[in-house]
Write a protein that binds this ligand. Structure first.
Ligand code: IVH
Length: 675
């Protein structure tokens, strides 16, 4: 390769990273650092370079994903009915006033309410034509939204196809709220790149990349329904029931209320209860249940008169930052943490708050000693959202600037911040903090599944120098373990057994467990599937790596580099010597149909009933002889019996043999050579 080409290649890579970085600031954090013009210049330059080097174009290049910014690049669609917003209230007083207005409008007709949790996500309209998901549109300005169909199709809980089309109806429109579960957010946000689940959801849904949507575990609750543009049922509650039966996720906590007292009770219940949910809510939506009355009431300029949101005041507290300390994660990322004067927030006393990274601190303008506002947002750890500048004069003499340490607070080695990254990292691979987190990752449920290897135990193992890398785990003995604090003989024996069992978990789990940069669960599986053995993977060059589905330029470079590091190669050798399997032969089939209930009717052409049953069971599913509400799939062969009618009545998922075979193939990641 000549020098010019090499330089262009590097520039392409750099531009892609820059664009991704700015996309994330723009879409996810809502805080662009460059003007649209500057952004467009970057994209234009990348396009120019790529057109000169077409062999370097990869599917995940920003030029392939998007033309311009999403608001321009996404197709527009005008909503059949405007997507309205809601009137808000923070007091029961105002809620009563709203109810009085409703009573007046109802002019003596009786009415009831439906109360629903107000999911803090992004609203979406999904349109099915002749039973097929044909379009998904964001709220946009309420009249015109962005078309994000492919992304919404990638949301697991959104049906692609309606099981039953209501007779005589061509278009079914459902509306709801897309959100990211807190647990997913916490996992995704280990490196503290995103502000909160809602913004992450909003950003994700607008990046034209269905894989990203799937990877980020978005979900959706539905609460609105139209058949050919009209509300089809006499009550909102019936609409929810239809949605539920048609396999749409409807929030299970929605209730019917007879009067305002019950409504208020519901609001009070969730004021505290909401902290136990795995998603964020910012209030309760109260709707008049009767469709005819809804139509009578009509709307104001932007919100319906028949619904209102009772909002909980944000969970915020005011306290002082006494110090800023720095934590080190598995990847070596240094995360600044504010140490606070203890303060009550959302039912717990907090003393720490996340500050994400140095940029975040700078944006806040935070100094040690400041009075600040802290807020909970989808994470267990609250974050500092604002500095109370107006209280600076009280504390002026005690203020000091935060300085990111030049060396790792745990191991003392110098830290590095790469130009394109927001995080500062400790790059010492034997840093105890990294080691601890590396062991936890190795033992994790998605990794080698070593139960009983918790944080406290790992700390002890490291402190006593029993474990210097993950390979040392395989040398641990019951005798060594019982010497540790709070470890009994039985649990020591169990742990040794668990560790030994982990040797056979297979290449895909191992790759994830090793914590190779950019290799999450999904990529680990794809790599394992592609290369089949550790040796083959280790020999792969960057080009060979980037041939793997979903492994882009950046990832392949990092993976390649990881295997060029002597320490990592040594570690793999030691794991091999300990007996850890390095081949891809573990079948993940056990999981694919976990807990799904199948019923068969009619004759299958390609296999016997018995074979079909085994195929389902070997993937973790169950086969039942009768159709019921618990049935997940009815598989229909030739000459189907009455089960089909029953299933139709219950609006169950009905698949033909072809569909079933496709499901089997999709779940067959590999055949275990041992069974
Ligand atoms: S009903 C005309 N129900 O809140 C009715 N909205 O502040 C409009 N939201 O744009 C919406 N959970 O994105 C409704 N259970 C729920 C909701 C909900 C969240 C969102 C929705 C809406 C916004 C209004």
């Amino acid at each position: 390769m000549d020098l010019l080409k090499l330089m262009e290649r590097e520039e392409i890579e750099r531009l892609r990273q820059q664009i991704k970085y700015h996309d994330e600031l723009y879409y996810v954090h809502n805080r662009p650092e460059i003007s649209d013009y500057e952004y467009d210049q970057l994209v234009a330059r990348l396009k120019e370079l790529e057109s000169r080097n077409p062999e370097l174009i990869v599917a995940d290049s920003p030029t392939q994903r998007l033309g311009d910014r999403p608001t321009e690049r996404l197709d527009k669609y005008e909503h059949r009915h405007p997507m309205l917003s809601l009137d808000n209230t923070y007091s029961y007083e105002q809620l009563r006033e709203w109810n009085e207005r409703c009573a007046k409008l109802a002019a003596g007709q009786p009415y009831t309410f439906v109360t629903e949790l107000k999911i803090d996500g992004v609203s979406i309209a999904v349109i099915y034509i002749d039973g097929w998901l044909s379009r998904a549109v964001t709220r946009g300005d309420g009249t015109v939204g962005d078309v994000v169909t492919e992304n919404v199709k990638a949301i697991e809980t959104v049906p692609q196809r309606l099981l039953v089309m209501p007779p005589g109806v061509r278009e079914v429109e459902v509306r709801g709220e897309i959100y990211m579960p807190n647990s997913v957010f916490a996992r995704l946000n280990e490196e503290k790149r995103f502000a909160n689940p809602r913004n992450t959801t909003a950003g994700t849904i607008k990046v034209l990349n269905p894989r990203l949507v799937a990877e980020r575990g978005l979900r959706c609750f539905f609460y609105d329904l139209y058949f050919d543009g009209k509300k089809p049922f006499a009550s909102h509650w019936q609409a929810l029931e239809w949605l539920r039966e048609a396999n749409f996720a409807v929030n299970e906590h929605s209730r019917r209320c007879e009067d305002l007292a019950q409504v208020i009770q519901f609001c009070e219940l969730w004021r505290i209860g909401r902290h136990k949910l795995d998603y964020e809510i910012d209030g309760v939506v109260i709707k008049i249940n009767e469709t005819l009355l809804q139509e009578d009431f009509g709307m104001t300029s932007k919100s319906p008169r028949w619904a209102i949101a009772y909002k909980y005041p944000p969970e915020q507290a005011v306290t002082r930052v006494r110090a800023i300390t720095v934590q080190v994660g598995r990847t070596g990322a240094l995360t600044p943490v504010a140490r606070l004067d203890p303060v009550e927030l959302a039912g717990t006393t907090i003393t720490r708050a996340s500050l994400h990274n140095k940029d975040w601190i700078e944006r806040l303008g935070l100094k040690v000693g400041d009075w600040v506002v802290v807020e909970k947002s989808g994470e267990i750890i609250p974050q500092v959202v604002r500095v109370l500048i107006e209280r600076r004069s009280e504390v002026a003499s005690e203020l000091s600037d935060f300085v990111m340490p030049a060396s790792c607070p745990v191991c003392g080695q110098p830290v590095v911040r790469l130009p394109e990254e927001v995080v500062t990292r400790c790059v010492n691979s034997s840093c105890p903090a990294k080691l601890k987190n590396a062991i936890l990752q190795y033992a994790s449920r998605s990794g080698m599944q070593i139960e009983g290897l918790g944080e406290e135990l790992v700390s002890q193992l490291i402190a006593r120098a029993l474990v210097k890398d993950v390979a040392d785990l395989y040398g641990l003995t019951v005798r060594q373990l019982v010497m540790l604090d709070r470890v009994g003989r039985r649990s020591a024996e169990k742990l040794v057994e668990q560790i030994s069992e982990s040797k056979g978990k297979g290449l895909d789990r191992l790759l994830y467990a090793l914590g190779i940069p950019y290799v999450g669960e999904q990529k680990a599986r794809l790599l394992a599937e592609h290369f089949r053995s550790m040796d083959a993977l280790m020999q792969a060059d960057i080009a060979a790596l980037s041939e793997v589905e979903e492994i882009g330029d950046v990832a392949s470079r990092h993976i390649y580099e990881w295997f060029r590091n002597r320490r990592n190669v040594d570690l793999i050798e030691r794991l091999k010597a300990a007996g850890v399997q390095m081949e891809y032969k573990v079948s993940r089939r056990g999981k694919a149909f976990a807990d799904k209930v199948f019923v068969f009717t009619g004759r299958l052409k390609s296999m016997s009933r018995e074979e079909a049953k085994r195929a389902v069971e070997s993937r973790g599913g169950k086969v039942s002889s009768a159709v019921s509400k618990k049935t997940d799939y009815l598989i229909v062969g030739a000459d189907a019996g009455t089960k089909l009618d029953e299933a139709r009545k219950l609006l169950l998922k009905v698949l033909d043999e072809e569909d079933f075979l496709a499901m089997l193939r999709a779940s067959e990641i590999s055949e275990s050579s041992e069974n």
